[in-house]
Design a protein around this ligand. Structure first.
Ligand code: ATP
Length: 511
C-alpha cells in the first residue's frame, strides 16, 4: 500500500499510461474534477459494478433493482431538502485565492494533532518496550493530554457552530486555531459562505417556456419517488430493498484528489425499507454486511475503519462512514445512514400522493423507515487501484510494476501469448484465444520478448498468462504463469477453462 504523495502521483500516471483513466477534455487542458475511463478502466469498473450488483440483488431475494433517470421533476429536490440545504461552507484565502471547505480545514488541523500524539506514543513504546501501557500513557502524559484537549475543543466548537448554523463562529474557530492556508501559509481568510452543490440546467424548447431542473446530486431520490411502483410491481413485503447504480453530479469546489472527489461520478446505492422501530437493528446489520463485503476483497483488513458521524444530517437517526486508507489517508468510501421516514414523508407532503405500505401482519398502513448504503463507484475503483499498485524488486535485480487486483475484478482474466510467431504457435494460440474469448475478456499479445509481455500484463493486473510453446503442439499442454507469485504450471489445453474458472470467477467469490 502506497502512503505518500509521490506514490499517489505514480498511481495517477500509471492509470493514464496503461489505459485506465484519462483527464476529461485533456486536449483543451482538461475539465477540472471530471475524468474519463479508458478501456482497462471500463472493464475494472464494470467488474466492480457486477460484484456489487450480484451481492446486493442476485444474492438477496428481498432486494430488487432500478435504473431511474438523471433528470427528475424539480420539486423532488425541494422535497428532499437539496434546494435549501445541500450546501458546503466555503472559505477563501485572500492571498492564495484558493477556496476551501471550512470543516475540512478544521479536520485537517485535527489530523495533524492526532499525528503528533501518535508520534509521542510510538517513541514511548520504543522506550518502554513490553511494559508499555498505551491507555495509561494517554491518560497521564502531559503533552498528549494537552493535544487531546485541543482536539476535543475543536470538535465540540465545530459541532456547536454547525448545530447553530453559525458561520461567524466557525470562522472565529479557524482563526483561534491559527489555521493557515496549506499552500501559501497565510491566515488571511474571507468570511464563510454556504454554496449549493447542485448543477442546474433548463428543460423546454424556448427560453420563455423553459424551466429550471437539476442534474441529480444522488441516486437515492429516484428510488424514493418510485417506492410504491416498485413495491407493487415486484410484490415485495417489508423489509425489502431497492438497489441502483447510476451517475450523480455535484459542483464540488475542492476537487484535488483525482477520482476521489469528482463533479460527475457514479453511486451504487441501496435503500432498505423497514418497519418503524426496527431501523436500528437493520442499521447494525447493514453495517456488518457492508464491511464484510469490503473485507472479502482482501485489500487488507487494516485499510478499513468505521467513522460515526459527529453531526447527524436532519433526516438521519444514525449514520456512519466506512473509511478506506487511500494514499492520502483514511477517507470516506461508503456511507451507511438510517434515514428515518424523512424522504417518503417529504415526498408525500410535496406530491400530495400517499407513499404508505399496508402491512398485512398488523393490518395497518405506515410510512416505512429507510436504511441506506451508499458507495461511490469511483472511490471503490480508487481503493482497488491504489491498494493493488506495487513496485517489486525481482531476484534478477530487475523490477516490475504490478497491479495485484483481486482476480475476478481484473480487466482481463487471461492473456494468451505464443512464445514465437512462427512454427504454427500463433495459429494454435489463436485457436485457444478464440475458444476462450466467448467466456471471458482475454488478451492476445505476440509482440516483443515474452518477458516484456508478462510485464505489460502485470501492469494492467492480468492474473494469468498462458504461454504456447513448441511442446504445446506436441503434447497439447500450455504453461500458466500467475501474476502475484510468478509461479508457472503446465496444464493440458482441455483443463485451461477449469483452471481459469477456479481462480477468477465471480461465482466462486460469491459462494
Ligand atoms: P464527502 O463528505 O466525501 O463529500 P458525502 O458524505 O457528501 O461525501 P454521500 O452524500 O454520503 O457523500 O454520498 C455517498 C457516497 O458517494 C460517498 O461515500 C462517496 O463514496 C460517493 N461520493 C460522494 N461525493 C463524491 C464525489 N464528489 N466524487 C466521487 N464520489 C463521491
Amino acid at each position: 500500500m502506497s502512503t505518500n504523495q509521490d506514490s499517489f502521483k505514480k498511481i495517477i500516471s500509471h492509470a493514464k499510461e496503461y489505459g485506465f483513466i484519462f483527464q476529461s477534455s485533456e486536449i483543451y487542458d482538461g475539465l477540472s474534477a471530471v475524468y474519463d475511463y479508458a478501456h482497462n478502466g471500463v472493464e475494472l469498473k464494470n467488474n466492480i459494478k457486477k460484484y456489487w450488483w450480484a451481492s446486493m440483488v442476485q444474492m438477496n431475494d428481498n432486494i430488487v433493482g432500478l435504473d431511474s433517470s438523471i433528470l427528475m421533476h424539480p420539486t423532488t429536490w425541494k422535497a428532499s431538502g437539496h434546494v435549501d440545504a445541500f450546501n458546503d461552507p466555503l472559505i477563501d484565502n485572500k492571498d492564495s485565492k484558493l477556496r476551501y471547505r471550512a470543516d475540512v480545514l478544521i479536520e485537517d488541523y485535527i489530523t495533524k494533532i492526532e499525528t503528533k500524539i501518535n508520534k509521542e506514543i510510538t517513541r514511548a513504546k520504543k522506550r518502554f518496550g513490553d511494559s508499555f501501557d498505551e491507555n495509561q500513557f494517554r491518560d497521564t502524559n502531559p503533552r498528549v493530554l494537552e493535544n487531546q484537549k485541543k482536539i476535543d475543543n475543536a470538535i465540540s466548537v465545530m459541532k456547536k457552530c454547525f448545530d447553530d448554523d453559525d458561520l461567524v463562529s466557525l470562522k472565529q474557530l479557524i482563526e483561534d486555531l491559527e489555521i493557515v492556508d496549506p499552500v501559501s501559509g497565510s491566515k488571511n481568510w474571507t468570511d464563510i459562505k454556504q454554496f449549493n452543490l447542485m448543477f442546474s440546467t433548463s428543460i423546454g424548447a424556448s427560453s420563455e417556456s423553459a424551466s429550471e431542473i437539476y442534474l441529480r446530486p444522488e441516486t437515492a431520490q429516484g428510488i424514493f419517488v418510485n417506492f410504491l411502483n416498485v413495491q407493487k410491481s415486484s410484490r415485495k413485503k417489508i423489509p425489502f430493498g431497492i438497489a441502483q447504480i447510476g451517475k450523480a453530479f455535484r459542483n464540488e469546489i475542492i476537487a484535488r484528489q483525482f477520482i476521489f472527489r469528482m463533479r460527475e461520478f457514479e453511486q451504487m446505492e441501496m435503500q432498505f425499507f423497514v418497519k418503524p422501530g426496527t431501523q436500528s437493528d437493520w442499521y447494525e446489520q447493514w453495517k456488518q454486511n457492508r464491511i464484510k463485503w469490503h473485507k472479502a476483497l482482501k485489500l487488507g483488513d487494516d485499510n478499513y475503519r468505521f467513522h460515526d458521524h459527529d453531526k447527524l444530517a436532519h433526516y438521519a437517526d444514525a449514520a456512519c462512514d466506512i473509511e478506506f486508507n487511500f494514499p492520502f489517508g483514511f477517507k470516506e468510501l461508503e456511507g451507511i445512514h438510517s434515514r428515518t421516514d424523512f424522504d417518503l414523508s417529504q415526498h408525500e407532503q410535496y406530491s400530495g400522493k400517499k407513499l404508505r405500505y399496508f402491512d398485512p401482519e398488523i393490518n395497518e398502513s405506515y410510512i416505512p423507515y429507510v436504511v441506506e448504503t451508499s458507495i461511490g463507484l469511483d472511490r471503490m475503483f480508487l481503493a482497488v487501484l491504489s491498494s493493488s499498485f506495487c513496485e517489486e524488486k525481482l531476484e534478477d535485480n530487475n523490477s516490475r510494476t504490478v497491479l495485484k487486483i483481486p482476480d475476478f475484478l481484473a480487466p482481463y482474466k487471461l492473456a494468451v501469448l505464443p512464445l514465437v510467431k512462427k512454427d504454427g504457435l500463433s495459429e494454435l494460440a489463436t485457436k485457444i484465444f478464440d475458444n476462450l474469448k466467448v467466456h471471458y475478456n482475454v488478451a492476445y499479445d505476440e509482440k516483443d520478448a515474452v518477458g516484456r509481455r508478462y510485464r505489460r500484463q502485470d501492469a494492467i493486473g492480468t492474473p494469468i498468462c498462458l504461454t504456447v510453446d513448441h511442446d504445446s503442439a506436441k503434447n497439447d499442454t500450455v504453461t500458466l504463469r500467475f501474476r502475484d507469485s510468478m509461479e508457472q504450471i503446465r496444464v493440458p489445453i482441455s483443463e485451461i477453462k477449469n483452471e481459469i474458472d477456479k481462480r477468477t470467477s465471480l461465482h466462486n467469490w460469491l459462494s
